[in-house]
Design a protein around this ligand. Structure first.
Ligand SMILES: Nc1nc2c(c(=O)[nH]1)N[C@H]1C(S)=C(S)[C@@H](COP(=O)(O)O)O[C@H]1N2
Ligand SMILES: [Mo]
Length: 198
């Protein structure tokens, strides 16, 4: 028998998670409907080149597709979700974060929802997504624009993003203020703020 615990290979399901084929819809309140015609994304804060981009502007600079496993802190995991959009590398090149920029806060359309991640979280497998499974992201899954950060619990992948703000200092987001982990690493099962020292 193979002993998985001694294998170097990472299991695909993080601790305490179960697999689902469904794509649950989850948010703090109602589902906002964003007018795609007039949508603008603002990239601001600690940047040399603050920008405001329409959906048309964003669509033109798409450069990356990812196939991601997503993990909700409530326990469900969905494998192989396909997203397309803009690499954070490209967004950084465009907006030019200053040396002071250490965090990015996502500000969303559902009544003051925010979440913040350290800029080291923007690895190769992260994008600002515009489409899911070959189609523009629909209202319930956070369209028109949401980041996808597969290495963190899914509450860090904010839906209905209106602004991305580079910050010098961390600022707790909506679920984080409610007691969820600010680190949110599924592989360490960092679900609650009390898990953040692990
Ligand atoms: N704006 C916003 N984004 C959010 C949330 C929210 O309440 N508001 N909930 C988070 C949580 S807890 C999860 S699990 C995912 C759910 O995304 P889905 O509905 O596309 O599955 O969105 C995350 N992003
Ligand atoms: Mo979640």
């Amino acid at each position: 028998m193979k002993d998985n615990s001694k294998s170097d290979k990472k299991p695909r399901l993080p601790p305490g998670q179960h697999l689902t084929d469904r794509f649950p819809v989850l948010q703090k309140g109602g589902i906002p409907r964003i007018d795609r015609e007039n949508y603008k994304l603002e990239i601001s804060g600690e940047v040399d080149n603050p920008v405001i981009l329409s959906l048309e502007d964003l669509n033109k600079i798409q450069d990356k597709e990812i196939v991601a496993d997503i993990h909700c802190v409530t326990g469900w995991t969905r494998f192989n979700s396909k997203w397309k959009g803009i690499s954070f590398k490209k967004l950084f090149e465009l907006s030019k974060p200053t040396k002071k920029a250490k965090f990015m806060e996502f500000y969303c359309a559902d009544g003051g929802f925010t979440t913040t991640v350290p800029i080291e979280a923007f690895k190769e497998n992260t994008i600002l997504a515009l489409s899911y499974d070959g189609k523009p992201i629909d209202d319930k899954h956070g369209g028109p624009v949401r980041p996808i950060l597969p290495d963190l619990y899914f509450y860090k992948s904010a839906k209905w993003v209106l602004k991305t703000i580079f910050l010098e200092k961390d600022r707790l987001g909506y679920w984080e203020r409610a007691g969820y982990s600010n680190k949110a690493d599924p592989w360490k099962a960092q679900r609650y703020s009390s898990d953040d020292n692990s």
